[in-house]
Design a protein around this ligand. Structure first.
Ligand SMILES: Nc1ncnc2c1ncn2[C@@H]1O[C@H](COP(=O)(O)OP(=O)(O)OP(=O)(O)O)[C@@H](O)[C@H]1O
Length: 259
């Protein structure tokens, strides 16, 4: 495993002066932050500030126009193709709408990456898929359902099971609680914390959900206009006098946070 060679103290990911352009427009403009191992980091910022673009750039879906991203001690830009595939196997991604393949059952969705990357017998692949299903709290009966037959909360869990298929060390979550009712969202937050605690996962979560930030996140990184506004704990965010953070954390929708 790639990370067996890397000192434990190194951050899982270091973002150093990242620049991301879409067309001629600079969306991320010299962004810096660390994702520490085994932390749950919430990425926040106004709509359009570049949270999803950052996430897409970190998982290699958008090219880096500048700066360095170090994943488990290795500079991502300097990896060859084989090393990139090896690195990518160390992370799982949960996209906003789940992004499950609609023509595949839940179990087939979970097995998809395993087919691509692992040489396992069909029986072992199936057994592992069922373990992942159980891990995210879905009943075995859900294995043979198609995504269209599932509730929003079940889709998120199925997509999480798929993200966990290759036993990743880092999880990227794009607005994981969006569209869930408050009880479902709370349970999903608890699940993420439990997975971090039991599997030692490192989690980067793009979110607008103040309850998730308070309940699940160890630290928060706030972006504005493609740059770092502030990084810190919830307590540090609450104390900030930066106007957007003030409004975000002390506005009418934030009345229970930190109390
Ligand atoms: N595929 C794309 N083509 C052109 N512009 C894009 C594309 N994706 C994102 N952008 C632009 O990049 C900027 C940042 O978008 P991004 O989706 O990262 O924002 P965000 O912070 O995640 O916002 P939200 O909270 O609303 O999801 C926006 O101005 C958006 O219009």
């Amino acid at each position: 495993m790639i990370n067996a060679l890397i000192p434990e103290a190194d951050p899982a990911i270091t973002v150093d002066g990242l620049v991301v352009k879409i067309g001629s427009r600079t969306i991320i403009n010299g962004l810096n932050f660390d994702l520490h191992r085994r932390e749950i980091l919430g990425l926040i910022g106004p709509s359009g500030s570049g949270k999803s673009v950052t996430l897409r750039a970190l998982i290699g879906l958008l090219p880096h126009a500048g700066g360095n991203v170090t994943v488990m001690g290795r500079n991502y830009a300097q990896l060859n193709r084989r090393q990139r595939v090896e690195t990518q196997r160390n992370w799982g991604v949960l996209f906003q709408q789940g992004a499950l393949f609609s023509s595949l059952t839940v179990k087939e969705n979970i097995e998809f990456q395993m087919r691509e990357h692992l040489h396992l017998s069909p029986k072992l692949r199936s057994d592992i898929a069922m373990i992942k299903l159980d891990l995210v709290g879905l009943p075995a009966a859900a294995a043979h359902s198609y995504p269209a037959e599932l509730s929003g909360g079940m889709i998120k869990r199925a997509a999480l099971a798929r993200a966990l298929a290759l036993d990743p060390q880092i999880l990227f979550l794009d607005e994981p609680t969006a569209g869930l009712d408050p009880i479902g969202a709370g349970k999903f937050d608890e699940l993420i914390v439990t997975l971090r605690d039991t599997l030692g996962l490192t989690v980067l979560m793009v979110t607008h959900d103040l309850d998730s930030l308070a309940m699940a996140c160890d630290r928060i990184v706030a972006l504005a206009d493609g740059k770092l506004l502030k990084a810190g704990t919830m307590a540090e965010m609450l104390q900030s006098d930066q106007p957007w953070l003030q409004e975000y954390f002390h506005g009418p929708r934030a009345r229970n946070i930190g109390s």
